[in-house]
Write a protein that binds this ligand. Structure first.
Ligand code: AHM
Ligand code: MG
Length: 335
């Protein structure tokens, strides 16, 4: 039998969430997100067969509209969260405007998400992921953009799901540690598989960034990346182009992930609400540092940034203490 493959005492996601909160709405929300991740994972696996690669606007043989994987993932998330009865405001990378859930169906949560992050990897079957951050709307609010345009420390919960050789859902409740659930395809359940924590001492020496942009970086960033490559045991370069996969590896193995500001993009590339904040919360709760690097004249904690608009960006330098402090040292040296 295969029963020995299923750990007998590991809780399911639903069991774990129920044990760790008294808030029934949070249980409903996490179940809705987990269900979306299962649906997206199935869509990702079947994408080649269902002709979901890069084909929005075309029709299949039976005349149905074909939807691109990212469009479909967005519909899965927005429909599920809108209908969950526990959400008020939804911000998706795929939608220009926020979705305000109508009064009758409205609950207290505001969720920012990137339904399928890693757009350059979608069509070539390299890991992609879903990222989310959760807030509670302000007291008395009917649900507006102001409920979600807040500092990262106001997030109650954040996480991501990585669609890779295994599907893993990683999340944290504020202050509650970072937990990883692996989708067991034989029973369709997320099973608690490991606790995430930065490896002692900083872990593997890995740097992760799109070095093709280096020409436009500030000199200290260039110097830091050059320094990673010298010495007896230089750092390894690892960069998939999917933030979810690169952060997942960083949390498990150690190292540093960077998407810095550069001369052309003074705010960097990645979005605050559904890329920077959720990953910063997980990195910090695992014992790491999540910084903007030098941004508007100072080094800021990512979670202290307040987004000006829902799709606002900020530069990202995140990873273990050893490596982020090494990064900072190039600015001190630069005087
Ligand atoms: P996306 O939201 O369009 O997918 O862009 C976000 C992605 C991240 O997952 C990744 O870290 C980064 O963009 C990669 O960008 P680049 O191709 O410039 O290296
Ligand atoms: Mg994205």
């Amino acid at each position: 039998t295969s029963s020995h493959l299923i750990p007998q005492n590991a809780p399911t996601l639903a069991g774990f969430v129920m044990q760790n909160t008294k808030d029934k709405d949070l249980v409903i929300l996490m179940q809705a997100i987990a269900l979306c991740c299962k649906q997206i994972s199935t869509a990702v696996k079947r994408a080649g067969i269902a002709k979901l690669y890069g084909l929005a606007g075309e029709q299949n043989s039976t005349g149905d509209d074909q939807k691109k994987l990212d469009v479909m993932s967005n519909e899965i998330m927005t429909n599920a969260l809108r209908n969950s009865g526990v959400c008020a405001v939804l911000v998706s990378e795929e939608d220009e405007e926020p979705i305000i859930v109508p009064e009758g169906n409205q609950g207290k949560y505001c969720v920012a998400f990137d339904p399928l992050d890693g757009s350059s990897n979608i069509d070539c079957n390299v890991s992609v992921g879903t990222i989310f951050g959760v807030y509670e709307k302000k007291e008395g609010s009917v649900g507006t953009t102001a409920d979600i345009l807040r500092g990262g420390d106001d997030m109650l919960c954040a996480g991501y799901c990585v669609y890779s050789s295994a599907v893993e859902l990683v999340f944290a409740f504020k202050g509650g540690g970072v937990h990883c659930f692996c989708l067991d395809p034989s029973i369709g359940e997320f099973i608690n598989s490991r606790v995430m924590k930065f490896p002692e001492g900083g872990g593997k020496k890995i740097y992760s960034c799109n070095e093709g942009n280096s020409e436009k970086w500030d000199q200290p960033i260039k110097d830091c990346v050059e320094a990673f490559k010298i010495g007896e045991k230089p750092y390894a370069a690892r960069y998939t182009g999917s933030m979810v996969a690169d952060i997942h590896r960083t949390l498990l193995y150690g190292g540093i992930f960077m998407y810095p500001a550069d001369k052309k993009s003074p705010k960097g590339k990645l979005r605050i609400l559904y890329e920077g904040f959720p990953m910063a919360m997980l990195i910090e709760q695992c014992g790491g540092i999540a910084s903007t690097g030098l941004f508007n004249g100072s080094f800021q904690r990512i979670l202290d940034v307040v987004p000006g608009h829902i799709h606002d960006r900020c530069p990202i330098i995140m990873g273990g203490e050893r490596d982020v402090n090494f990064f900072y040292s190039f600015y001190e040296n630069a005087g």
